[in-house]
Design a protein around this ligand. Structure first.
Ligand code: 4AZ
Length: 622
């Protein structure tokens, strides 16, 4: 079972304002989502969204359709762009409807006042908010009741499940629906949304799937985007705009309700609306606030249908801990260049995390589960306080724009406690939405990476990656460890440049289609051993499998590398591996494109020359 953990206590403590609405708002007695979690639904059932309003607005040559939300017995919250003037003439608000012309519980009201937000900007769509006062109050019942509003300070992290409802068109420029439609859409962070639209203000909130297929559309404008918290439905957004409808990478854009608490409170002076802080500070294993699977490899199928039609929730699904839907070690955009070290491109190492203090990169890390990041314990020796750290995922450049990045706070830091080197596990406050740029790496639990296996390290260090400090990658190759006792607990590689700032990052080796973390990089404890016989400098790292018990305890069960976890064999590589010597062409786990081979030979010649030079010069010093 996925855990729905937004705190009940929090609700009690953070409900603000309002004399009556706070007791009644956000309850939908006939909404079965919370209990039965219908999968693949279509039209909403009567009473599912009792705050839904259908607005009919006279315009030249006809009537425009908009949505709205009932927020107390006499007020509707809607979008500013629904109104070209504040004239109330002919404006009709219908409540309690599920099917147009066939809703026994519906009521109709005219409007006595329309208030458009004074700072509404029709160019940018900033502050796309309006209030409508009904000519007379409505009586609440199972089909008509107000929604709660997200209070100032609410946080809707990317991946949070939200639902949008409306009578709008079923496709862009299609025809409007005669039945109320509902669809669940994950919240998209403003950073990610800005990457698509360019100008998303703090007064906006976005929701949709990377692959498209689910969205609000024309005629839904002004209607509600809600999220559930402790059995209450809270209005997160007001349908505002979007590029087309349900297009990939163009989520729907909504006015962010939590930015309007003061304004709404000053407009509605009696019978005030119920504001509740939405703050899903704990998440289930899928990374969502209320049970909707995030965009993960294998779980989110993009539907080709448009506009409200499909919803999926999972509270009745089996425990996530036994059948995790996410898989590890997938990097669809990975195409490392085999030339020793190079600038990384976006999505190449989608588990790379930048661990930051005061906005400055301090150490590397890796996403190793849906909500845990692995790093080096040394990074926290001076500051083990979780609240001082931020984890940035999906980042490529330390200076420059990173359209896919997500910044997350840390709730807990746990350090392993072994003799020698140690690792750290950071629990994230929210599980990030997984996409091509953010994915977990597989944790090595005792695999064999034979001598000659090509592996990679990656990291950000000052002085590297140019002005933008782009993530760097380093190709290396597994060597036999010179220390006889090291065979079981260490993995040794050819030398590569490791600097402060790389600590905590991964040594990554591919087996089959999946990438495994074989070790955590350590700058402070890096071990350089020279093997005189073959004149190759060796780097020695503690094998990650040494920390397996600690990792299972702190991170939870390791993610499988394929969805069919029963075929998961921790010790047998998925492709045969033929050991080779370090000086030969070495990528034995994956087939290496022919055009890479000359680069690799050049790389190893350079490496040998460099190593010999180091040995000669250090012996000269002695
Ligand atoms: C509209 O024109 C509209 N996909 C509303 C919502 C969206 C697009 C257009 C979001 O009313």
């Amino acid at each position: 079972m996925r855990f729905f953990t937004c705190g009940v206590l929090l609700l009690a403590l953070t409900a603000t304002g309002g004399d009556a609405q706070i007791d009644v708002c956000g309850k939908a007695a006939l909404n079965t989502k919370a209990e039965s979690r219908i999968v693949g639904g279509q039209a909403a059932t009567a009473g599912s969204w009792p705050w839904q309003a259908r607005l009919l607005i006279p315009v030249t040559g006809g009537t425009a359709l908009c949505g709205g939300s009932l927020i107390n017995s006499q007020w509707i919250l809607s979008a500013a762009h629904c109104f070209s003037s504040t004239s109330t003439t002919g404006v009709v608000v219908n409540l309690g409807e599920t099917q147009i012309n066939n809703s026994p519980n519906s009521v109709s009201r005219s409007v006595s006042q329309i208030i458009v937000h004074p700072n509404y900007n029709s160019q940018s769509q900033d502050n796309d908010v309006s209030l409508l006062k009904l000519s007379s109050s409505v009586t609440f019942n199972d089909y008509i009741s107000p929604v709660c509003l997200a209070a100032a300070g609410s946080d809707f992290p990317g991946g949070t499940t939200a639902w949008v409802t409306g009578f709008g068109t079923l496709s862009f420029q299609g025809s409007a629906s005669s039945t109320l439609q509902e669809v669940s859409v994950p919240i998209v962070s403003n950073t990610q949304c800005s990457a698509s639209y360019g100008s998303i203000t703090n007064n906006m909130i976005c929701a949709g799937l990377t692959d498209g297929g689910k969205d609000s559309c024309q005629g839904d404008s002004g209607g509600p985007l809600v999220s559930e918290q402790s059995g209450r439905w809270i209005l997160a957004g007001i349908v505002s705009f979007g590029r087309g409808c349900a297009l990939p990478n163009f989520p729907g854009v909504y006015a962010r309700v939590s930015e309007y608490q003061t304004w709404i409170d000053t407009q509605i002076t009696s019978n005030q609306t119920g504001f509740i802080v939405f703050n899903c500070n704990k998440t289930d294993l899928s990374g969502s606030c209320s049970g909707e699977p995030p965009i993960t490899n294998g779980t989110t199928s993009s539907t080709t249908t448009t506009t409200p039609d499909v919803h999926q929730t999972t509270t009745t699904s089996p425990p996530e801990t036994t059948t995790p839907k996410a898989v590890c070690g997938r990097a669809v955009l990975n195409s490392p260049v085999f030339d020793g070290s190079s600038v990384v491109s976006a999505g190449q190492w989608p588990w790379m995390a930048s661990l930051q203090k005061n906005g400055q990169h301090v150490c590397g890390g890796t996403l190793v589960s849906l909500d845990s990041v692995l790093s080096n314990a040394d990074c926290f020796s001076s500051s083990p306080v979780a609240s001082e750290w931020t984890v940035v995922l999906g980042r490529l450049k330390q200076n420059g724009s990173n359209p896919f990045e997500v910044s997350l706070t840390v709730t807990n830091i746990t350090l392993s406690n072994q003799t020698g080197s140690n690792v750290a596990v950071l629990k994230l406050s929210t599980a990030p939405v997984l996409n091509d740029y953010i994915q977990p790496i597989c944790l090595d639990n005792g695999r064999t990476f034979p001598v000659g296996t090509t592996c990679w390290a990656a990291g950000w260090s000052s002085g590297r990656g140019g002005e933008e400090k782009v993530l760097q990658e380093f190709q290396t190759s597994v060597l036999e460890c010179s220390r006889p006792t090291a065979a079981n607990d260490s993995i040794c590689t050819t030398m590569f440049t490791l600097a402060e700032g790389d600590s905590g990052g991964p040594l990554m080796c591919q087996q089959g289609a999946s990438w495994y973390q074989a070790a955590v990089l350590s700058f402070a404890r890096r071990s350089l051993r020279r093997r005189r016989a073959v004149a190759v400098a060796v780097m020695e790292f503690e094998k990650l499998s040494q920390f397996e018990d600690f990792l299972v305890q702190t991170v939870g069960p390791f993610l499988p590398s394929t969805i069919n976890s029963s075929s998961f064999n921790p010790t047998t590589p998925t492709t045969p591996i033929a050991p080779t010597t370090p000086t030969a062409s070495v990528s034995t786990c994956t087939s290496t494109p022919v055009w890479h081979i000359h680069k690799k030979i050049f790389f190893y010649l350079r490496l040998i020359f460099h190593t010999l030079w180091n040995i000669i010069s250090s012996e000269h010093k002695h």
